[in-house]
Design a protein around this ligand. Sequence first.
Ligand SMILES: [Zn+2]
Length: 121
Amino acid sequence: MEGSNSKELVRCYCGEVAELTTAWKPSNPGRRFYGCRFYGISSACKFFRWYDERAPERSKEVINGLLRHLNDYEKEKHPKQQKGNCLIFILVILLVLLVIALFFAFTVSVACLDGRKLMLH
Ligand SMILES: [Zn+2]
């Protein structure tokens, strides 16, 4: 009765409907499991139950190989974006420093002018 199993509402120790999540660790890539929907919050319970049967070793190797290729592809693709983000960050820092420098230059010049006025009077 696989059909009725997929409609089953699994509840965690909190009494809430458990969340069906997919594992992506190399030991169980793509295998789904139930967990507490509050996972990551201190009040979450430690409920855990596999939904899928254990995958054959060959499918784990294939999925992990595909994930490695995807990660390599993303690493090749992202360096240009990271350089672009770095340049924008440096430009923003330089602009902020320029504004601070202009503010202090203006403040010092006004203070000097005030000092001269005070000396003249
Ligand atoms: Zn819970």
